[in-house]
Design a protein. Structure first.
Length: 360
């Protein structure tokens, strides 16, 4: 039983070491090490109490999986990321454990030799696993979306389950067990390589989408995205309000303070509009000083929107106001071109009449 405990602790150390490297901890190293050491002492005590030569092999597996709870508490990562990372590490080390046990059986080795065989395999592949973890797995973790992390966790559970089945429940001759372990190792590496390539391609698609549909200065959606959004709303016959906004005296800001400050003025105005809308609509930038807001089911008045923008505008330069014209689908028009024309005309008329900050 002592030999088995040493084998388990050796695997445990590798798992915790790699998991720590891949995760952001909540507390200092001292608290982290102390907590995991204390938990391990408790686990060893339970292992010595509950485990005997006749105990099922899955008891060791269950004890190892129990580390999920302290890891969730000690690291900043979400439970899904911790589970995925832990099972990723355990899959690799479980394959090594299965491989070393099969080789020991094949050589008819004693338990001490079994420890030596497992230790040698761990030493040989440890730096490969560590490098693979950083260059492949960590890249996936950093770039994968929140929705896809669930799928990644399912994938980790699947690969881990295969390692468990091969090692604990599939009774095969040692030569076949060695072959299956090597095949599983290759499959595991191939799967994560494919996943990394998928994540990188998805990231490029998202970046390209941002270039096409986002304004480079303000990072909000642009004219092309506006046309797409309006088309969708019109096709679905969803009533909406279209606010056409034109910043007052942006040229004066540029001439007085320079174009850099003018750009910052536009950025801060955008933030004020987004904050004013909250979750009630979207804002789009058409050109230098022209913006459009689309809102649904809110009956937002131009007056209230103007007041909110003025209140939320926080910048070292005084806010010079914005002129706003409003149109409504389907009452004013049923095409996006006409809706924008009506809102623009109303905005222009009020700007000509009272250019100092008025709205219609």
């Amino acid at each position: 039983m002592i030999i088995r405990l040493i084998l388990q602790l050796e695997i445990l150390f590798v798992n915790l070491f790699i998991t720590n490297k891949l995760s952001k901890r909540k507390y200092s190293k001292l608290i982290l090490i102390s907590s995991l050491l204390g938990y391990t002492v408790l686990i060893v005590f339970l292992f010595a109490t509950l485990r005997n030569d006749d105990s099922p092999l899955w008891l060791s597996l269950l004890i190892g999986i129990s580390y999920i709870l302290p890891l969730i508490l000690l690291y900043k990562e979400t439970p899904q990321r911790i589970i995925s990372t832990m099972l990723f590490c355990w899959t690799q080390t479980l394959i090594i454990s299965n491989l070393s046990r099969s080789i020991s059986i094949l050589l008819n080795a004693n338990e001490l030799t079994h420890i030596i065989i497992q230790s040698l395999i761990l030493i040989v592949v440890f730096f490969f696993i560590l490098k693979f973890s950083f260059n492949i797995y960590k890249v996936i973790l950093e770039d994968i979306s929140k929705d896809s992390i669930i799928l990644m966790m399912i994938l980790s559970i699947f690969l881990f389950s295969l390692a468990v089945i091969f090692g604990y429940f599939l009774k095969t001759p040692p030569v076949l067990a060695i072959i299956l372990s090597l095949i599983l190792a290759i499959i595991s590496v191939a799967v994560y390589l494919l996943l990394r390539n998928f994540v990188e391609k998805s990231k490029k698609v998202i970046a390209l989408n941002d270039i096409v549909f986002k304004d480079s200065l303000t990072k909000i959606e642009n004219r092309l995205s506006l046309h797409k959004s309006m088309d969708n709303l019109i096709q679905e016959k969803q009533p909406f309000e279209c606010f056409f906004m034109d910043l007052n005296d942006l040229k004066g800001v540029n001439d007085t303070y320079g174009h850099y400050m003018g750009d910052q003025y536009i950025i801060e105005f955008t933030k004020a509009v987004v904050k004013s809308l909250m979750d009630n609509g979207n804002v789009y930038r058409l050109s230098g000083d022209e913006f459009v807001c689309l809102t649904q089911y809110t009956d937002v008045s131009s007056e209230s929107l103007m007041r909110q923008i003025s209140t939320n505008f926080e910048f070292e330069l005084q806010f010079r106001g914005v002129s706003i014209g409003k149109s409504f689908f389907p009452d004013d028009a049923k095409t996006q071109k006409k809706l924008l024309e009506i809102a623009d005309e109303r905005m222009y008329n009020i700007k000509q009449e009272k250019p100092q900050n008025k709205i219609i």
